[in-house]
Every structure is written in structure tokens, then in C-alpha cells.
Design a protein around this ligand. Structure first.
Ligand code: ACO
Length: 326
């Protein structure tokens, strides 16, 4: 049986740190409120001259180096992002050029915070079909450039970064066991950026109305996220006849500590088996899972044959999971 195996991981976060205390000086909030309601202490902010493809390039280079591969060894590049370099072309094509991955087809995926799981799912299917052998899947975001720094309900949440994995065809009994992806567009307006697209093309009017910034109805999103993620992780494990106790690690999207704790509780997993880095990076949307995966892997928290569950929830609304036997 053909499967896709993660053979390497990589990540990159910008150097600049923005703490809760820094944000206290910008809007009416407090370090205490942010930590209690989200679990976030600080986040990283990209330089003005950095675009999403620059962060993706660093993460991809790190994964390629780990794998001992050259960019020409890749035959597909999938980039998950909602903060791409520009509306046209795909950030994946800019990354392909930077890397010099001449043989790879490249395209973007837009599924907000679930983007990496969507990308992984697509890459897995390309490999299982036999058409492609090596796929680079990247999540990269510069949310800070689309954050309304005068809106305390969103500006405390987001951060910048990128993470990457390389998938390779294997016939061993390990790799990606199953991915699940879901959407419910009826709630698209819970989390959206109204301006800059064909509905509200950029104009002085859309700028004045601050339409180019991310808007989120946080509390409503929170409630749906908790419910959907609990159902999702249970369904994923049940379908694969895997007891939660057999999981070595849960690597959730890093949106909110309380959402992560609720999912872990539903699985009866001790928090030592849950990877959390949102205290340091905030919510980096599509980048959060591959950054957390890279950190966990390089810290020696993942061993061969371990069962790892990834899960995410985000704008769209979208949500998804990936069960991996490492
Ligand atoms: N500082 C201080 N007070 C604040 C702040 C802040 N930064 N932000 C909001 N408040 C206030 C509100 O105004 C409100 O005050 P009120 O009661 O007087 O009206 C009060 O705090 C409570 O606000 P809620 O929005 O109900 O707070 P909640 O506990 O829901 O926390 C949060 C907000 C952190 C945004 C949470 O709802 C959340 O994490 N939501 C889910 C986010 C998510 O998962 N998004 C999907 C992924 S993101 C993506 O796809 C890009």
C-alpha cells in the first residue's frame, strides 16, 4: 500500500518579539487578560521587507537540509496561507522560484487556520495516487500586516511565522494514516477580511472602512471551534480503531489555550502529550501546526511508530485532522 510519510520538518519565525506589555501600550488591554483568555504571552512580527514567501523559504530550506534533498527533488509544492505575497500569482510559485525547485508544480491553498491540514491532505492524496513522489507542504503567514492594531479583540491574538514538511512516498506500514477536512461556509462572516478581493476591491473607501483588516467574532467562533474539534478528534480515532491513550502527541492549531485544553480533556489526554507554543508565537494561522510539529520533532518528542494527531479549526469555517504513524 502506498502512503505519504513526513521525512523532514522545518520552521522559521521572525526575530522581532511583541509582548503583551507592548500591546498594553497600543490598546486598552492587559497582560493578565490576554494570558487568562488566550494563553498568549508574546508573538513574532515580520520585518517590513519580509513577505510570506520569505518566511516560507526559510522554513522550506530548513526541511530540505534536514532531509538531505535538493529543491529539484521536489515534484509538488503546496503553500497554505491567507496572507500571501500578493493576490496574483500564488505564493507557492514565488517560493518555487526562490528555491529553484524547477520540476515542482506549485499552488496555494486558502483554508485559514486549517490550511496546513488541507495542504497535507492534498499532498497525501497526490502521493497515494502514485502521480507524485515528493511534496513540500508549507504553512506561512504574516498576519501582522492584516491586523487592525487599534482593535483589541483581534490584535492580541495573531503572530507571524512559517513551517514546512516534506512528504515522501513509502510502502512501509507508517506515514499519514488518514486526513479529514470539513467546511461550513454558512458561517464565513465569523472570520473574514472584507476588502481587497472582487467583492470590495481596494479603494480609498475600503481603506477608510478598515476593510483590509481581519475581522473576527471571537466568542462565536470559539464555541463552534470547541464543539467541532471535539467531534472531529473522536471521529478520527474511532474510525481508525485507536484508543486516545495510544496517542503519543496531539499537535493542535494554536488559537487559544482554552480550546486546546477542551480538546485534550475530551480525549482524556494529559497536557504533557499536547504540544503548545502559542504562549511564544500566538496564533500563526496555517503556520501554527507545522511550527509546533517541527519544534516537537527536533526536541525528540516524536519517535518512529508514534501515533500523532494534528487538528485545526479556522476561517471558512474550515476544520480538519491528520492521523500520522511516524
Ligand atoms: N483586552 C481586554 N478585554 C477584551 C479584549 C482584550 N484584548 N478583547 C475583548 N475584550 C473584552 C470584550 O470587549 C468583552 O467585554 P464585555 O463583556 O464588556 O463586552 C470581554 O472582554 C469578553 O469578550 P469575549 O469576546 O466574549 O472574550 P472571549 O472569552 O470569547 O475571548 C477570544 C476572546 C480570545 C478571541 C476567544 O473568543 C477566542 O479565542 N476565539 C476563537 C478564535 C479562533 O479559534 N479562531 C479561529 C482560528 S483564527 C483563523 O482562522 C485566522
Amino acid at each position: 500500500m502506498i502512503r505519504a510519510r513526513v521525512i523532514a520538518t522545518g520552521s522559521y519565525v521572525p526575530e522581532k518579539v511583541l509582548t503583551n506589555f507592548d500591546i498594553e501600550k497600543m490598546v486598552d488591554t492587559s497582560d493578565e487578560w490576554i494570558i487568562e483568555r488566550t494563553g498568549i504571552n508574546q508573538r513574532r512580527i515580520a520585518r517590513d521587507d519580509q513577505a510570506a514567501s520569505d518566511l516560507a523559504y526559510e522554513a522550506s530550506k530548513s526541511a530540505l537540509e534536514y532531509a538531505g534533498l535538493k529543491p529539484k527533488d521536489l515534484d509538488l509544492i503546496i503553500v497554505a496561507t491567507v496572507t500571501g505575497d500578493m493576490p496574483l500569482p500564488a505564493t507557492a510559485c514565488i517560493l518555487q522560484h526562490r528555491l529553484g525547485a524547477k520540476k515542482a508544480a506549485a499552488f496555494d491553498v486558502n483554508a485559514a487556520c486549517s490550511g496546513f491540514i488541507y495542504g497535507l491532505s492534498i499532498g497525501d492524496k497526490f502521493i497515494r495516487s502514485g502521480s507524485h513522489k515528493r511534496v513540500l507542504v508549507v504553512g506561512t503567514e504574516i498576519l501582522s500586516k492584516f491586523t487592525d492594531w487599534a482593535d483589541r479583540t483581534t490584535c492580541v491574538l495573531f503572530g507571524d511565522g512559517a513551517g514546512a514538511v516534506i512528504l515522501e512516498r513509502t510502502e512501509e506500514d507508517r506515514g499519514i494514516i488518514e486526513t479529514r477536512i470539513h467546511s461550513d461556509g454558512s458561517m464565513w462572516d465569523l472570520l473574514h477580511t472584507p476588502g481587497g478581493g472582487s467583492k470590495n476591491p481596494p479603494s480609498s473607501e475600503t481603506i477608510r472602512k478598515r476593510y483590509h483588516y481581519i475581522k473576527m467574532k471571537g466568542n462565536e467562533t470559539f464555541k463552534v471551534a470547541v464543539r467541532m474539534l471535539e467531534d472531529l478528534v473522536i471521529a478520527t480515532l474511532k474510525h481508525n480503531k485507536l484508543e486516545p491513550s495510544k496517542l503519543s502527541l496531539l499537535i493542535p492549531h494554536q488559537a487559544n489555550r482554552r480550546i486546546i485544553q477542551a480538546t485534550a480533556k475530551r480525549l482524556n489526554l494529559p497536557m504533557e502529550k499536547v504540544v503548545m507554543n502559542l504562549d511564544r508565537y500566538g496564533n500563526t494561522s496555517a503556520a501554527s501546526i507545522p511550527i509546533a510539529l517541527d519544534e516537537a520533532f527536533r526536541a525528540g518528542r516524536i519517535k518512529q511508530d508514534d501515533y500523532i494527531l494534528l487538528e485545526a479549526f479556522g476561517g471558512g469555517l474550515t476544520w480538519g485532522s491528520a492521523l500520522i504513524k511516524w
